[in-house]
Design a protein around this ligand. Structure first.
Ligand code: ADP
Ligand code: MG
Length: 321
């Protein structure tokens, strides 16, 4: 099968383009032509998953197809955008029908759930890597940015933290959260007009909250005992280790957001209609930095806050220099 037959079979034919999708020209031309409705902004993000770095080489194709798109959906959710279109750039060592079948089927299934249309892509031969670009729409006043938090805002996080990190460390831990993160798209949409800032948690809760606080020019104090932990982490004998995993483990794909106290009641009302738990974990302060303090006043000092993609290289360069 040549690349055009592959595209036709696994990607073009599998996509139906519903009326109103905004795709004037999709797969098959040199580029896509999209209609952006008046009064909206286009929100775009790209992510790459590389074999041996973001997943093991033997990872199941269906898991990869799901996760590569879910990661992009999480970014759109964090911006408060409605998902619309995506592009797939796939680098494959070989064209294996069974692999492509499973990969495409789970990717298309997730896309359909969010009414997303595959608008194009690319195929190349090389070490396995999956690059997905996602695009969505949002009204200008409903954009959820990182830089809007102010002192006094409450800090919330959705779902649970640390389940994916535990799955990587403990062979018998549940892998659902690692393999099939549920993008918080509905929550992101519900936060419009409520949250003052928002970020999705991909590289570790502490690290990502740190980005939000830095962008906003503020700091925070958090209670590690308030972090929402999955049962497998609650069951750990040392609770400090559970907190550490929840703070620094990556791949959660939850939303972390801040809410001015005057809007917290509204938040509770909005969320009663959604099937997602959110937990208040701390408070924004004008003093810069992130502090972890228990209700009894004791401090907790995490050893790391999250994953740095080039952290190891930086250290080596610093040492040799
Ligand atoms: P070009 O060489 O002009 O960039 P390609 O030959 O790479 O075009 O692709 C032909 C068409 O197929 C384009 O519309 C492109 O968007 C689409 N396409 C290529 N690879 C994929 C893929 N993996 N998934 C979806 N569409 C794809
Ligand atoms: Mg071309």
């Amino acid at each position: 099968m040549d690349e055009f037959e592959l595209i036709e079979r696994y990607f073009r034919r599998a996509v139906t383009i519903p009326a109103g999708s905004g795709v004037e020209l999709g797969i098959g031309d040199d580029a896509a032509v999209l209609k952006v409705p008046a009064g909206h902004r286009l929100v775009v993000s790209v992510d790459t998953l590389v074999a041996g770095r973001h997943f093991v080489q033997e990872a199941e194709a269906g898991t990869l197809g799901y996760k590569a798109l879910a990661v992009g959906l999480s970014d759109l959710a964090a911006m408060g955008a409605t998902p619309c279109w995506y592009w797939l750039a796939l680098t494959l060592p070989a064209a294996e029908a069974r692999w492509l079948e499973a990969f495409a089927a789970s990717m298309h299934a997730l896309a359909r759930r969010y009414d997303m249309v595959l608008a194009g892509g690319n195929l190349a031969r090389g070490p396995l890597a999956i690059c997905i670009t996602v695009a969505g729409l949002v009204r200008p006043r409903q954009v959820l940015r990182r830089d809007g938090a102010t002192a006094g805002d409450a800090i919330y996080v959705s779902g649970e933290l640390g389940a994916a990190a535990l799955a990587l460390q403990a062979p018998r831990a549940p892998v659902e959260r690692l393999c099939r993160p549920k993008p918080r798209v509905e929550l992101g949409l519900a936060l419009a007009g409520l949250a003052s800032a928002c970020i999705d948690v991909s590289d570790g809760f502490g690290a990502d909250l740190g980005h939000l606080l830095t962008a906003s020019g503020v700091g925070a104090t958090l209670d590690p005992a308030a972090l929402p932990l999955p049962a497998a982490l609650v069951a750990l004998p040392q609770r400090e280790r559970a907190w550490q995993l929840a703070i620094s483990g990556g791949d959660d794909y939850e939303l972390c957001f801040t809410v001015p106290s005057a809007r917290e009641e509204m938040l509770r009302r909005q969320l009663s209609e959604l099937d997602v738990r959110v937990t208040r974990v701390g408070k924004v302060e004008s003093r810069l930095g992130l502090r972890w303090r228990l209700v009894d006043g004791r401090n907790f000092q995490p050893t790391t806050m999250g994953y740095l993609h080039f952290g190891d290289i930086d250290t080596r360069a610093a040492r040799s220099g």
